[in-house]
Design a protein around this ligand. Structure first.
Ligand SMILES: [Zn+2]
Length: 148
């Protein structure tokens, strides 16, 4: 994961400054709610970030309309990445909180073209709990959704 961490306050964060045109960016697409631009790190050629135009730190801070707009821009960008760079795979990554590996605290999603030997690694330590535990988790989440 990248080591750069931007802790600037809202309105002064690096993506807010990018949205405002105060710092340069290689823009790919924008609409009313979102902006897409090249990640300066380019983990693989064609690596794009899709961010909300409004400052919101995490998934829990964006509106349902912004969430929908981000998803649509991500898909639009993904088609363009596929057509332009022709990667055999593509990964979406969206991080929330330091423990979730978020480094810029302005909501964004990575669109990452993937290749078999690209060195990107995600540890996935399966726990494989028994079925009754899964049912318990699901019941708690259904209750949370019904209550929300
Ligand atoms: Zn911001």
């Amino acid at each position: 994961m990248p080591m750069f961490v931007d802790t600037s306050p809202p309105g002064q964060c690096i993506f807010c400054r990018l949205v405002a045109g105060e710092i340069p960016a290689a823009r790919v697409f924008e609409d009313e709610l979102t902006v897409a631009f090249m990640d300066i790190g380019q983990v693989n050629p064609g690596h794009v970030l899709v961010a909300t135009k409004r400052h919101a730190a995490t998934l829990f801070d964006i509106t349902p309309q912004e969430a929908a707009a981000v998803a649509q821009t991500v898909q639009r960008v993904a088609f363009a990445v596929r057509d332009t760079f022709d990667p055999p795979g593509l990964t979406l990554l969206q991080a929330n909180g330091r423990e979730g590996d978020q480094t810029v605290f302005h909501f964004h999603m990575h669109v990452v073209p993937r290749h078999g030997d690209d060195g990107i690694a995600l540890s996935w330590p399966r726990k494989d709990p028994p079925g009754d535990i899964l049912q318990g988790y699901a019941a708690r989440l259904r209750d949370a959704i019904a209550g929300g």
